[in-house]
Design a protein around this ligand. Structure first.
Ligand code: NAD
Ligand code: WQD
Length: 355
């Protein structure tokens, strides 16, 4: 069985789907602070099998101990965390507590239970301001400009120290570039709370009429068209990389680092043009000053993941945008309408331990 923390979230729910389709048994732990159980009900619809689900907090040591004692967990995919950059500036302690202490508590429970395979959701943000592109994994980590990025780097360093202290650990640090898109069914996708921080969720909400216009943060960067360049990767490609990493961690020990990106960069203007082609309608937008903390360009050199995992991103930008649009146009308000669906089994443990 694979424990998937944060498995009701955007990336986690896509990972749960791929794990179920690959024949794995899955246990999801999620406190639903930024997601809906509806996502897991839809994953069950798509896969024909329901994951086990426990509503709970990754910082709850007693709950984690009970999970490892009650389920045959052999590895963990750790998605649970807070990820809103702007919020992290306003609430740094909450971010350190969840992203760093939560990871520590998880590892303590894993070690006690003799489970030593861990896939960790890291971020290209740990590279900080990096003038030279593309970025390879041996690029020194930088100084993330916000508490969110700092919490990811701190968690990476905790995991590196842990693996150095105990050779039984096999840990994969997956540094995501810019995950976007949705499963082709249009049933699951990204459903951010509040005003979206990220580019594509905001564009999507403009396109469905929830927002008036997109603000393009800066058109005076030293890039070909002046707007920021990023390495956007389809969320399904991203999670398939997680399954490959999980397999690889059977054969290696210590800490392994892999960039999960396409190796291609696209500017904001390119994203707008491609998006308008996909939706068949203009996207209202206005140029605004640069956003504090933003960098001009960031894209990966993903060759290490290909060499060591036999994984590389396959879906192109149009597919990413078309899949994202299908999700948003069919679910203009995300998962807002709760469904009474028993497709996902909530284990009795959740009742006992959630009280
Ligand atoms: P998300 O917010 O959709 O998913 C995170 C999930 O974790 C949510 O379901 C939330 O309810 C849950 N959660 C949060 N705190 C928890 C806690 N204390 N206990 C249990 N569950 C908790 O975010 P996402 O985009 O799916 O990101 C998943 C992971 O990937 C995060 O760790 C994030 O930092 C990382 N990441 C995301 C991106 C991105 O652009 N989306 C990029 C790089 C890294
Ligand atoms: C992409 C580009 C913006 C919004 C962030 C986090 C990173 C990771 C991924 C978690 C940039 C521009 C954006 C908007 C815009 N998350 N933009 N108008 O900043 O590369 O990375 O999400 O780990 O840690 O920092 O992604 O989507 O916010 O921005 O013009 O309304 O779009 O300036 O050039 P970013 P993003």
């Amino acid at each position: 069985m694979i424990l998937v923390t944060g498995g009701a979230g955007y990336i986690g729910s896509h990972a749960v789907l791929e794990l179920l389709l690959a024949g794995e048994e899955v246990l999801v732990l999620d406190n639903l602070c930024n997601s809906s159980k509806t996502a897991l009900d839809r994953v069950a619809q798509l896969s024909g099998r329901a994951p086990q689900f426990i509503k709970g907090d990754v910082r709850n040591r007693a709950l984690l101990q009970a999970l490892f004692a009650s389920y045959p967990i052999r590895a963990v995919m750790h998605f649970a965390g807070l990820k809103a950059v702007g919020e992290s500036v306003r609430e740094p302690l909450r971010y350190y507590e969840t992203n760093v202490s939560g990871s520590i508590t998880l590892c303590q429970a894993m070690a006690e239970a003799g489970v030593f395979r861990l896939v960790f959701s890291s971020s290209a943000t740990v590279y900080g301001e990096s003038p030279v592109m593309p970025i390879t994994e041996d690029r020194p980590t930088g100084t993330p400009t916000n508490p969110y990025g700092q919490s990811k780097l701190m968690a990476e360093n905790v995991l590196k120290g842990l693996a150095e202290s105990d050779p039984r650990w096999s840990i994969g640090l997956l540094r995501y570039f810019n995950p976007i898109g949705a499963h082709e069914s249009g049933l699951i996708g990204e459903d951010p709370n509040g005003v979206p921080n990220n580019l594509l969720p905001y564009m999507l909400q403009v396109a469905v009429g929830r927002r008036k216009q997109l603000s393009v943060y800066g058109a005076d960067y030293p890039t070909p068209d002046g707007t920021g360049i990023r390495d956007y990767i389809h969320v399904v490609d991203l999670v398939k990389g997680h399954l490959k990493a999980l397999d690889r961690l059977e054969q290696v020990r210590g800490v392994s680092v892999w960039n999960l990106g396409t190796g291609k960069g696209h500017s904001v203007r390119e994203m707008i043009t491609a998006f308008e082609e996909v939706t068949g309608r203009p996207l209202p937008h206005v140029i605004k000053p640069r956003r504090a903390g933003d960098i001009a360009q960031c894209w990966s050199e993903p060759g290490k993941a290909w060499a060591e995992l036999g994984w590389r991103a396959e879906k192109d930008l149009v597919t990413m945008l078309a899949d994202a649009w299908r999700w948003q146009s069919r679910n203009p308000h995300g998962y807002a309408e709760p469904q009474e669906n028993t497709a996902t089994s909530s284990a009795p443990l959740s009742t006992a331990l959630a009280s």
